[in-house]
Design a protein around this ligand. Structure first.
Ligand code: CMP
Length: 243
């Protein structure tokens, strides 16, 4: 649950609200409609590790990340985790249950200290019904989620480790809308292994081989991508003998 609620969006600075305004989903809304949406948004601060919701919880809110990263993951009864997505500033999550009324499809945990906006389903649903352009944008978002998921299935079945790892790292930097030039990914090797479905040891071996070629730099809790073209070639090759 959110740990600290510091009031509604009217008391939140414009620079934070601009995260909502910059999201392509909201960009075409009339200014009055966007202001209305901003009035619904509650500003919340989460400490690293805090659980926002668990899989199968009722879906009562839509979330937008202002700063930090939220992890969307599922786990097996024996404690293994699969990370479905890491969402950062400007990105939305929790839209599936809000739109279809079904339970949450994954757990949401603060991966770093985070600031988020929370929009109540009871405010959001009437709002989206009154804004057909916005409804179309949400259809586009759901299509993007499905494409991302299809790509993950394709990678797991058809790509080898270097291709999967390269695709996952490129995916993480490319979807950063506000700051695509930032090539530092705050992620541990354990988390990468939970994203691509390979052991932490194999991930570590591959990353060290790439670091030796100056394709990446390994930092504590982060990876800096230095050569996107080299990784893109691997990702596009599908399979390769690179180790
Ligand atoms: P919801 O089901 O409400 O809660 C979990 C959220 O995780 C979900 O909405 C989406 O926002 C997000 N999510 C679920 N599955 C995926 C996926 N495969 N790829 C990206 N995001 C997902």
């Amino acid at each position: 649950m959110p740990q600290e609620s510091v009031g509604d969006a009217r008391r939140v600075s414009n620079s934070k609200l601009s995260v909502l305004r910059q999201n392509p989903i909201f960009r075409d809304l009339e200014p009055e409609a966007l202001d209305q949406l901003c009035r619904y948004a509650k500003h919340t601060i989460l400490k690293r590790g805090a659980t926002l919701f668990a899989k199968d919880d009722p879906g009562n809110s839509l979330y937008a990340v202002i700063s930090g990263t939220v992890k969307l993951s599922v786990s097996s009864p024996d404690g293994r985790n699969a990370i479905l997505n890491l969402v950062g500033p400007g990105e939305l999550f929790g839209e599936m249950s809000v739109l279809d009324g079904q339970p949450r499809s994954a757990d949401a945990t603060a991966n770093t200290n985070c600031e988020i906006f929370v929009i109540d389903r009871r405010d959001f649903l009437p709002f989206v019904r009154s804004q057909p352009t916005l409804a179309m944008k949400f259809i586009e978002l759901l299509c993007a989620r499905l494409r991302w998921t299809s790509e993950q299935v394709e990678q797991v079945i058809l790509q080898d480790l270097p291709g999967r790892l390269a695709s996952a790292l490129l995916g993480l930097i490319e979807k950063r809308k506000p700051d695509p030039a930032n090539h530092t990914i705050s992620i541990t090797q354990q988390e990468i292994s939970e994203m691509v479905g390979m052991t932490r040891e194999s991930i570590n071996k591959q990353l060290r081989a790439w670091a030796a070629r100056n394709w990446v730099r390994l930092e504590h809790g982060a990876i800096v991508i230095l050569d996107t073209s080299a990784l893109r070639e691997l990702a596009e090759a599908g399979t390769s003998a690179e180790e």
